[in-house]
Design a protein around this ligand. Structure first.
Ligand code: NAD
Length: 295
């Protein structure tokens, strides 16, 4: 089995690295936070003293970091210490421009690289059921796929460098907008005296059907596993939705695309976040929608 360096052991990276260990890989892990390094060791990984030390002798390097600046900084540090045969994969959600810049850094050293952001959240990271959206050359994707399969269920090749990030932010823009739409429909139904279950029974089998309704229903009851049944925790934090909608807006501006609803959704989630609800699952946006009534 391959030796894999894993850098960034947070809510997502920690369990992802643990799944690579479970699959029989030798994992050499690094994170700036000592508690995350300790957890990785408890999960069976070896821990390195730095990201540069982690990549020495690795067959593949995976990064799972907060934002583009972290990815570019780590890739700039580690790439000179890696052999040309080493594959480098970034699974973070970052801006398309930084993703392309990261591919350029790797290409300058003759190395294969893939951007492979994920959907599926912390549950998917723990259960190895993530979807990976990949950007990179065919050969790089073919090398990354067997490794990613140990952490996910669906591995999609979306195109060249940066295409994975493009797919991720387009998907999450749909998600952010549709969750607000579903929240507005339930808020209106409440005012009209229509029960949550009645709206769900109709919309989930009619043209209003969508993932935000049938998997993450923002009111308790109709979908027992949705975060609404658990005080809107845990799930996909609203602060992360703000991040993704902001990445979509930045990309839309740079590419000259019109995304009026994406822009409005970003403003609505930003207001929810600013009111102190950044840690609440994004389906909690229904509470914000209700609070706007009569304003
Ligand atoms: P997190 O903040 O829990 O983890 C990020 C980790 O990176 C932290 O442990 C931090 O210490 C580490 N780190 C930062 N700079 C570093 C450096 N220079 N060297 C080594 N380690 C460093 O975040 P997360 O929830 O694990 O998310 C990671 C990425 O995945 C983000 O880009 C996020 O947008 C994306 N994502 C998250 C979710 C989710 O549900 N949490 C879902 C899909 C995608």
């Amino acid at each position: 089995m391959a030796t894999i360096a894993f850098i960034g052991l947070g809510n997502m990276g920690g369990p992802m690295a643990a799944n690579l260990v479970k699959a029989g890989h030798k994992v050499v892990a690094f994170d700036l936070v000592a508690a995350s390094r300790d957890q990785a060791m408890a999960d069976g990984a070896s821990v390195a003293e730095s990201s540069v030390a982690a990549v020495k002798g690795a067959d593949a390097v995976i990064t799972m970091l907060p934002a583009g600046k972290h990815v570019l900084s780590v890739w700039t540090d580690v790439i000179p210490s890696m052999s040309k045969e080493t594959l480098i994969v970034d699974c973070s959600t970052i801006d398309v421009e930084s993703a392309k810049e990261a591919h350029t850094l790797a290409a300058k050293h003759g190395m294969a690289s893939v951007d492979a952001p994920v959907s599926g959240g912390t549950g998917g990271a723990k259960g190895a059921t993530l979807t990976f959206m990949c950007g990179g050359e065919d050969k790089a994707f073919a090398a990354a796929k067997p490794v990613l399969e140990k952490m996910g269920k669906r591995i999609v090749h979306c195109g060249g460098g940066g295409a994975g990030q493009a797919a991720k932010i387009c998907n999450n823009m749909i998600l952010g907008i549709s969750m607000i739409a579903v929240g507005e429909a339930f808020a209106l139904a409440e005012k009209l005296g229509l029960s949550h279950q009645a709206l769900f029974d109709v919309a989930s089998t009619s043209s209003g059907q969508c993932w935000a309704l049938t998997s993450y229903c923002p009111v308790p009851g109709p979908v027992p596993t949705s975060p609404a049944n658990n005080g809107y925790r845990p799930g996909f934090a609203s602060a992360l939705m703000v991040k993704d909608l902001t990445l979509a807006q930045d990309a839309a501006k740079a590419a000259g695309a019109a995304t009026p609803l994406g822009k409005h959704a970003q403003e609505i989630y930003k207001a929810f976040d600013a009111a102190g609800h950044g840690g609440v699952d994004f389906s909690g946006i229904i509470q914000h929608v209700r609070s706007l009534a009569g304003k």
